[in-house]
Design a protein around this ligand. Structure first.
Ligand code: NDP
Length: 485
């Protein structure tokens, strides 16, 4: 059985209390490894190492820090297959998706921020010929990084890369459900000779290790991606300590499908946006709103395509969906569908656990599910399921569509399907979401601001926004007399 260790101060170390957690393989439900059940003492050790490493790391030239990041990217890329296999086994996503999406994006995160730090601009303001104001951006110290299980390496490196590029050191706590690729990353950091203590990984539970990181007095900033309720707990812990916080949280993302859309494109992309990675992407579509006149045709074609999606062994090249991440999550998703049924909403397809083959009968598979409902208020339309479940609901006109799209506490992303540019332009402004896609989904330039509105988050990351988050800006005002000319 694989047993992974914490990576602290450049060494692989067991948790101080000697306790471990089991790691389950979603594909079969079997325990295949163990990870440290770290405590506050392990976090203390990691923070102390990161604090000690900070002065030398921040003093390096930007080019030197960038070189480390490029080396990390190259090393992950060389081991792409190993990483993809580990990610698929840990999380349940089809291996081809890990290979084509998650791991390349992790590589890209390091390359992108290695380049970005070299091009970061600072500002200067010439107030008068004698007065010059200029700003300096300074790293903050030890960055506390907490990431979820759905895109384990992709989201972890989206934090580590800018934090290190900007000159911080880091202590990261990956999700307890998906530690494998973070552990491989630690091996890469070791291999490329990243100075010890610059990046530390502590594995374990959110309420224990995560909480200790959030509450640690020597960690001035927390970047958290995860659930909206968890963020409220973290916020309550971090606010009295005046920490800088970034929250990237849940969503209940609408797709507005107008009758004049390119139907084939809307269908193909909406099937993907609803069910890619088993619907376990914060940006996945979960509420489809379709113009009344198109609803019968759209629903028929959509359901037909969803029925054809193959739920299967994540190791197989032709599986579109693998298992959900855990038995607990499978129960949660099934519970949402059951309650929707009880409340009278129609399940058009899916709605149940499935067993792709006998040898996988204990895995956490769930069929892609489409639920028809006429109003936007039931639980299934309001709460984040974070699984392969979408609702489909008619709208009458533009105003009705926008009102329904905005009728949740979330505001992460939205997709608009129409050939009418004026309508797309106004809907993009009227929908409260941090990311709007028009006639596409998931396309993103890493330089743009990423984050949610309403209860979907606080702050923006991406390009300069991340470099800003991971630094503090200081203004320096110089009075320059002419006395010594
Ligand atoms: P959770 O909020 O349960 O956990 C996220 C991370 O926080 C995990 O590492 C978890 O550890 C840790 N954690 C839990 N409790 C605490 C605590 N009290 N203090 C500190 N850390 C804690 O989210 P999930 O892992 O279930 O991820 C799914 C959620 O993430 C969904 O809501 C999804 O929408 C959101 N998400 C948002 C994204 C965005 O960019 N907006 C992107 C991807 C996902 P452990 O797992 O060990 O409990």
């Amino acid at each position: 059985m694989d047993r992974i260790l914490n990576y602290i101060d450049g060494a692989f170390v067991p948790p101080l209390a000697g306790q471990y957690l089991d790691n389950h393989e979603p594909r079969t439900g079997a325990v295949y490894g163990q990870l440290p059940d770290s405590t506050a003492a392990d976090v203390d050790r990691a923070v102390a190492a990161a604090k000690a490493a900070f002065p030398a790391w921040q003093a390096l030239k930007r080019q030197e820090r960038a070189q480390y990041l490029y080396k990390i990217a190259d090393a992950i890329e060389k081991k792409l297959d190993l990483f993809a296999k580990a990610e698929s086994r840990d999380q349940g996503k089809p291996i081809h998706l890990a290979r084509s999406m998650d791991i390349p994006r992790a590589v890209e995160n390091f390359r992108f921020f290695a380049g970005a730090i070299l091009h970061q601009q600072e500002k200067a303001f010439q107030t008068s010929p004698e007065v010059l104001n200029y700003t300096r951006r300074e790293p903050m110290g030890v960055a506390g990084l907490i990431s979820p299980w759905n895109l384990p390496l992709y989201l972890l490196t989206w934090k580590i890369a800018p934090a290190l590029a900007a000159g911080n050191t880091a202590v990261a706590k990956p999700s307890e459900l998906t530690p494998a690729t973070a552990f491989l990353l630690a091996e890469v950091l070791d291999e490329v000779g990243l100075p010890k203590g610059v990046c530390n990984l502590v594995f374990g539970l959110g309420e224990k290790a995560g909480d200790a990181l959030v509450a640690h007095p020597d960690v001035p900033l927390i970047s958290f991606t995860g659930g909206t309720e968890t963020a409220a707990v973290i916020g309550r812990r971090a606010a009295p300590l005046y920490k800088k916080i970034s929250f990237e949280l849940g969503g209940k993302n609408p797709a507005l499908i107008f009758a004049d859309c390119d139907l084939d494109a809307a269908l193909a992309t909406t099937v993907r946006s609803s069910f890619l990675n088993q619907g376990e992407i914060c940006l996945c579509t979960s509420r489809l709103f379709v113009e009344e006149s198109l609803l019968p045709k759209f629903t028929e074609l959509f359901v037909e395509r969803v029925r054809q999606l193959k739920v299967g062994d994540p190791e197989s090249q032709d599986s579109f969906m693998g298992p959900l991440v855990s038995a607990e999550h499978q129960d949660k998703v099934a519970g949402f569908v059951q309650r929707a049924r009880t409340q009278g909403h129609r399940v058009l397809c899916g709605g149940e656990r499935v067993t792709p083959q006998k040898s996988l009968e204990k895995g956490y598979y769930f069929a892609p599910t489409v639920i028809s409902t006429d109003d936007a208020s039931p639980e299934i339309m309001q709460q984040e399921v974070f699984g392969p479940v979408v609702t489909i609901t008619p709208f009458r006109d533009y105003a009705d569509a926008v009102c329904k799209a905005n009728s949740t506490r979330y505001g992460l992303a939205a997709t608009i399907w129409t050939r009418n540019l004026e309508r797309a332009h106004h809907a993009a402004a009227d929908i409260k979401a941090g990311q709007i896609w028009v006639n596409t989904w998931m396309l993103r330039d890493l330089r743009v601001p990423f984050g949610g509105m309403k209860d979907s988050g606080i702050g923006r990351e991406g390009g300069d926004y991340s470099l800003e988050f991971y630094t503090e800006e200081k203004n320096i005002c110089l009075q320059l007399g002419r006395n010594q000319l």
